[in-house]
Write a protein that binds this ligand. Structure first.
Ligand SMILES: [Zn+2]
Length: 180
């Protein structure tokens, strides 16, 4: 089915489900997550507010993977394809808890910290709404503006680490342009 034809009531139901998924996953992994190391902090410090670096927690999974939202079978039955497979992603951020399936590279950590800033500025509810609406409008995970923006800033970081910029400011400006 064309996702854009999903009834608004269905979309808002999906938003609530994604919100619950994020919140539950955050709680699930928070207890085994640890703060950034000093080395990681030093690399990220020119780009991120101290509060974000203080609050973010990292969890590297070994021998297990993040499970997908429980509503996936239902969504598939409804004919929604292209659902992002979180179990196959390098890492995923649940508010301030970053869960990774591999050791963190600087680029990966940077990308996920951009999501932490997005959550901090938008709040969980708005983040979930933008995530679902971005998917519905764009038709794939890669087209979700939250995601495209994080990837763009990650590329900027990777291309020139010597030129710091404020991710907090960038996200704020982006929100002005990308009203949900
Ligand atoms: Zn991402």
């Amino acid at each position: 089915m064309d996702l854009k034809n999903l009834p608004p009531a269905m979309v808002s139901q999906l938003v609530t489900m994604v919100e619950d998924y994020i919140d539950n996953s955050r709680k699930k992994y928070a207890s085994q997550a640890v703060p950034l190391t000093d080395a990681q902090r030093n690399v990220m410090q020119p780009f991120f507010p101290a509060a974000v670096l203080d609050s973010a927690r990292l969890c590297v999974l070994r021998g297990t993977r993040v499970s997908n939202p429980s509503m996936y079978p239902m969504a598939k039955m409804m004919g929604i394809r292209n659902l992002p497979d979180f179990s196959e992603m390098a890492a995923i951020t649940f508010v301030d808890v970053i869960v990774s399936h591999q050791e963190f590279t600087d680029a990966l950590l940077f990308h996920e910290l951009v999501h932490v800033v997005q959550y901090a500025q938008l709040g969980l509810k708005e983040f979930a709404a933008r995530f679902v609406n971005g998917f519905v409008q764009g038709g794939s995970f890669e087209e979700i503006p939250l995601e495209k923006f994080a990837s763009a800033l990650e590329a900027r970081f990777s291309q020139n680490r010597g030129e710091p910029f404020s991710v907090d400011d960038e996200v704020r400006q982006w929100r002005e342009v990308e009203k949900s």
